[in-house]
Design a protein around this ligand. Structure first.
Ligand code: PGA
Ligand code: ZN
Length: 429
């Protein structure tokens, strides 16, 4: 069999924050190679699959030599000879070898690196672009890029807003290429506005600016002005989205808004979001409440789920068991999809399918610590997710995903469709 896995080799590389991460090369019997690397979060959900780190003196404890060794020795011997085109079988072999509920034995970083590299090798062996190999011949819809142009929270060392991510979505653009241009123009206009008002224009982990604003809502004001200043219509051409990543400021039953010097309960957070949705063209709210605040989430979805997209990240962690509970309890209407939260391509696809089965949407996401691997760009087209977030239109590891989507759009030519408003709500009620 030409596509049988012939060798598996991992190495320790650096991510965009200067921390070690796993890169994997998979070679097939016919000589084809597939390479993939693994990102890493900072506002990580406590229910995520385990990212194995060495905890030795190397790299201040963050080394991944153990995960690399698990790939080279244990995983390699378990999957050598398996057909790379049978992704399910490869992933199943790794799950069985690990045997734990959270991949703590081998490490989700080890397993995911192999899983994605096997998919790439398969695509290369078939001489197909990755998006087509994964999504089939009808995969032709480009996602709306959700540009994170203002960073706060842990991605900004708490030097900016409590809200971690303020995003713009150019839903009115006629193509992905134009959406990228609109996003970059607005990004640069925002830089000028912040600079003119005396704020820092240094950037956070995901490439967005980190101004030391006094109120979280000030960020929304600046962004609306930047959209207008760049010549676009807020709410029509470009809508807003926010990811407070609220688990990172939730403690003892309260949400601690450091910038505003106050702590509030879930109901007050919901009232704050509802007021923002009334006053600004916000279409999507991710992780408005904390990762185990199921009751709060239910209220939040009752209040805003008919108006905007309510996306669960830390609460679902791309895990079908948690998503199933969310669907049953009706606590959201969308799932954030991060392959490294769950650890295999097969399980990531299952999470997207479960969301679709419930008439929810799915948004593909990078991590705050990234590599230049653009797997998620192809994945978003393959699974037709309609939107994807991968940071600001700035910084190499962020723009590589957006640039890959440009290439895919070019390759598709006239058959390319831009998702536009399809997934980025306001929802049709
Ligand atoms: P993380 O942040 O990659 O640091 O977890 C991204 C997010 O919260 O969506
Ligand atoms: Zn998030």
């Amino acid at each position: 069999m030409k596509t049988a896995i012939h060798s598996v080799h991992a190495r320790e590389i650096l991510d965009s924050r200067g921390n070690p991460t796993v890169e994997v090369d998979v070679r097939l019997k016919d000589g084809t190679m597939g390479r993939a690397s693994v990102p890493s979060g900072a506002s990580t959900g406590i229910h995520e699959a385990v990212e194995l780190r060495d905890n030795t003196c190397r790299y201040r404890g963050t080394g991944v030599a153990r995960a690399v060794n698990h790939v080279d020795v244990d995983i390699a011997s378990a999957i050598l000879g398996i057909d790379a085109l049978n992704q399910t079988l490869v992933d199943k072999a790794m799950l069985e070898l690990d045997g734990t509920p959270n991949k703590s034995k081998l490490g989700a970083n080890a397993i995911l690196g192999v899983s994605l590299a096997v998919a790439r090798a398969g695509a290369n062996a078939c001489n197909m672009p990755l998006f087509r190999y994964l999504g089939g011949t009808t995969a032709c819809r480009l996602p709306v890029p959700m540009f994170n142009i203002l960073n706060g929270g842990v991605h900004a060392n708490w030097q900016g807003t409590d809200i971690q991510e303020f995003m713009i979505a150019p839903v009115g653009a006629p193509s992905f290429k134009e959406a990228l241009r609109w996003g970059a123009e607005i990004y640069h206009y925002l830089k000028k506005l912040l600079h003119d008002e005396g704020y820092s224009v240094n950037v956070g982990d995901e490439g967005g600016f980190v101004p030391a604003l006094k109120r979280n809502a000030d960020a929304l004001e600046f962004i609306v002005k930047a959209i207008e200043g760049a010549g676009y219509r807020p709410g029509e051409d470009v809508v807003l989205a926010i990811d407070p990543a609220s688990s990172s400021f939730y403690e003892d039953g309260f949400y601690h808004l450091h910038t505003e010097n106050r702590k509030v309960e879930a109901v007050e957070m919901i009232a704050m979001y509802a007021a923002w949705v009334d006053n600004y063209p916000i279409s999507l709210l991710e992780d408005g409440l904390a990762e185990d605040d199921w009751d709060g989430w239910k209220l939040l979805n009752q209040k805003l789920g008919h108006k905007i997209e309510i996306v669960g990240d830390d609460i679902f962690v791309t895990n079908v068991e948690r998503i199933a509970r969310g669907i049953k309890e009706n606590i959201a209407n969308a799932v954030l999809i991060k392959p490294n939260q769950i650890g295999t391509l097969t399980e990531t696809i299952a999470a997207v399918r479960m969301a679709y089965g419930a008439d929810w949407s799915a948004m593909v996401s990078h991590r705050s610590g990234e590599t230049t691997d653009s797997f998620i760009a192809d994945f978003a087209v393959a699974l037709d997710t309609g939107h994807l977030k991968t940071g600001a239109p700035c910084r190499g590891e962020r723009v590589e995903k957006y640039n890959q989507l440009l290439r895919i759009e070019e390759l598709l030519g006239e058959s390319a469709i831009f998702a536009g408003r399809r997934n980025v709500l306001p929802r049709a009620s």
